[in-house]
Design a protein around this ligand. Sequence first.
Ligand SMILES: [Zn+2]
Length: 321
Amino acid sequence: MIAARTLFLLAVIFAVSVLYGAKPSIIVKGAVYRHAGVVARELGTGFLRSGKTFYLGRGKDFFAFRAERADFHFNKMSIAGNLPVRKYGDSLYFSAVDVNTILMPLFAPGRSIRRHQVRKIIIDPGHGGFDRGASGKKCVEKRIVLQLAFRTAEILRRCGYTVLLTRKTDYLVPLNRRSQIANNHRGDLFISLHCNASTDRRANGVESYCLTPAGVASTNQKRASSVRLPGNKLDSNNFLLACELQKSILHRTGANDRGVRRGRFAVLRNLNMPGVLLELGFISNPAEESKLASSEYREQLARGIAVGIINYHRKIYGRNK
Ligand SMILES: [Zn+2]
């Protein structure tokens, strides 16, 4: 049985390599890369080129990428890839980690996403107490995210979810305690709320972070880590949750899209459930600070987060459940 299966696999690999006249996989700097045409075929997507941009597409969904780059787009939403797409001979190759943690969840969720119940949502307002987080001219992060957490919880409860906050008042919860609270209460999803700051006052927009997969570097960092963290068990779910949140928040607020990214944040490392850390806008940008300070804008953020959670819930159970 095993021999037959191995033979079949070898035959497929051989047929595919003859078909494309290229190696089905290569290894660059210790990382496995897979032929983009073979990946497209496995995912059941078309493979197109327009100028320097390539597309994997099916129905209304299009994944855009370029050779030697790791900044991808899915239906125009920005996604930070883990490793650049390699050009080898006349062919393009995706890193196996991007196939497994980005392309599979997007185009073949049934094969990569773990189904789980979504009843209890843990909302984690960042910072608190003497840790004010980012400060602008008139507001501080710890207060904005707490107000936002209350409003998001209210909306989610009305939709039938149970919601738990890691803090309800202005005190500091240590970082490792936050994921402990989530795990101890057997949460089904974990959403950490933050605001951003930069020395560049023009910087603005929303970022959604999921835990960096083992073996690669976090977005905007150079050093890879091979350590596999407990939260890495759910890489595909983490990514899908980040995508749904980012998409829905952008849709509600019209904020600048800074993309779905990867980070080894302390609050995401040890989670037993899918988790995402949201950077919901730059307090250092005067225009965005004014928005974050207004309850109308926070209402849109809260709705965006709630709808993102509902869409994720729908997606892992198919359309009707
Ligand atoms: Zn923060």
